[in-house]
Write a new protein. Structure first.
Length: 191
């Protein structure tokens, strides 16, 4: 088993996958899938060793095995037996959406529950954040469904090559109903 490191792999973990929306296992699955997608982009059908995946993602072998097991059950990858068995994507990276990975690991999880943690939260009995979360959840789900692990691999490759995350471009636009000091920001990100 590789020694535990303070930093979790060579990725920009400070800005990648730090969302409280997903479990740690789901974040680890994104890391594994991104590494497999990057290998697949370099050479179609490329197989990675478990040792290489553990080293690149910063995962211990037991954590890696758990993630690989879930991803294999979901049909996203094929893994050889034993610690020396290779791992590869079961289908092309552009055909595996980020939402599919989230659902394979976390199920519907956060999508079906209250963002503030209330046991009962619905249109009839909403929490204070319900109207905003209901809208945001639909937008986020659509966005994740439209992004593939190939997109994730390309974005992280670009970040590695430029030495950091791309800076969003901001355009200051006057607010529809100006109030003292109010401005609206139009944000354009990676995609």
């Amino acid at each position: 088993m590789p020694p535990r490191r303070g930093r979790r792999g060579p990725l920009y973990s400070s800005d990648l996958l730090q969302s409280p929306l997903y479990s740690r296992t789901c974040k680890d699955a994104f890391r594994v899938m991104e590494r497999l997608a990057a290998s697949s982009a370099a050479r179609a059908g490329a197989t990675r060793s478990r040792a290489a995946l553990a080293e690149e993602t910063g995962l211990s072998f037991p954590a890696l095995e758990q993630v690989l097991h879930f991803l294999e059950i979901a049909g996203f990858l094929r893994a050889g037996r034993g610690t020396s068995g290779g791992v590869r994507l079961a289908r092309p990276a552009p055909r595996i959406s980020l939402l599919q990975v989230v659902r394979a690991i976390d199920g519907t999880g956060l999508w079906g529950r209250c963002i503030l943690g209330f046991e009962e939260c619905s249109d009839e009995i909403p929490c204070p954040a319900h109207p905003a979360w209901k809208t945001t959840r639909a937008v986020l789900e659509a966005h994740l469904d439209g992004q593939s692990i190939a997109d994730l691999a390309r974005t992280l490759k670009r970040r590695r090559l430029t030495g950091g995350p791309p800076r969003p471009q901001f355009a200051i636009v006057p607010a529809a109903r100006p109030s003292p000091g109010a401005v609206a920001l139009d944000v354009t990100g990676d995609r």
